[in-house]
Design a protein around this ligand. Structure first.
Ligand code: COA
Length: 260
């Protein structure tokens, strides 16, 4: 499979998808999201692939968020569509019948943290950093972060992360249950493969049924929550603070919010 912004390889029955825009810290532009959708659709229908690792290429990032240069231009209506587009792909990943393990190898920020949250479980390297820094841009998470983060780490932790925009270390992410394990950078992929090999050795029908059943435990009311998030994300796109926050990032300066 050939993509502009993804790398794909298969080791035994494991598909490895690498987001590959290292010069932009693997930020998710529209083309990358579209390619992600395609690769997961292909994997879903490929009987030789039992499970998937999703990771980032380069030394620094898993995914540093949605591409802010695309965000910056959004009107309110476009903002709603933008959120819904990402949500649809992340829902597809969450609803995959094959286990998807996020191997978080660096920054997992904004849409990157949300992408990791949509995966079935997460391993991190020691240098990984997690955060929902959208408020720094005058906006809120729009790819499911307001819904999946509280479900995983509890409301108090999620509110603190989303309202402060602070980044947390891999160790802290481990302590709040955001990731299952932390590995040395050079071990992350091998350990991820080892775990998936264990899962792949089980009866795959049982694995599929278990994912469906466990998803049902956490996706109650998820769709209405996601709809509401998309509407509130769109409202944020109509504010002056959003234009200022995203422009400030692109111009490499501090934002001057007017709270309007
Ligand atoms: N969207 C678009 N471009 C991004 C990006 C994003 N989310 N995150 C990083 N980049 C780009 C930078 O603009 C820079 O591009 P340039 O070299 O053409 O100027 C390149 O990736 C490297 O990033 P840089 O900021 O120089 O690296 P750093 O090590 O100094 O800082 C971060 C790393 C992750 C702290 C910083 O890039 C950052 O804050 N990114 C945005 C995170 C964010 O707000 N995500 C949520 C978006 S909704």
């Amino acid at each position: 499979m050939n993509f502009n912004n993804l790398l794909f390889e298969q080791i035994d029955n494991i598909g490895i998808v690498k987001i590959n825009r290292p010069d932009k810290l693997n930020a998710l532009n529209r083309e990358t999201l579209t390619e992600l959708k395609t690769v997961f659709e292909v994997i879903q229908n490929d009987d030789s692939i039992f499970s998937v690792i999703l990771t980032g290429s380069g030394e620094k990032a898993f995914v540093a968020g949605a591409d802010i240069s695309e965000l910056n231009r959004l009107s309110m209506l476009e903002g709603k569509k933008f959120a819904e587009f990402g949500q649809e792909i992340f829902n597809f990943i969450e609803n995959m019948e094959k286990p998807v393990l996020a191997a978080v190898n660096g920054f997992a920020l904004g849409g990157g943290c949300e992408l990791a949250l949509a995966c079935h479980f997460r391993y991190a390297s020691e240098n990984a950093k997690f955060g929902q820094p959208e408020v720094n841009l005058g906006i809120i998470p729009g790819y499911g972060g307001t819904q999946r983060l509280p479900r995983l780490v509890g409301k108090g932790r999620a509110i603190e992360m989303i309202l402060t925009g602070n980044l947390i270390s891999a160790e802290e992410a481990l302590s709040i249950g955001l990731v299952n394990k932390v590995w040395k950078k050079e071990e992350l992929l091998d350990k991820s493969i080892e775990t998936l090999k264990t899962i792949n050795s089980k009866g795959q029908q049982a694995i599929r049924l278990a994912i469906k059943a466990i998803n049902a435990a956490t996706t109650d009311n998820l769709n209405s929550g996601l709809n509401y998030e998309a509407i509130l994300f769109a409202l944020g796109c109509g504010t002056n603070d959003f234009k200022e926050g995203t422009s400030a990032f692109l111009e490499k300066r501090k934002p001057n919010f007017t709270n309007s």
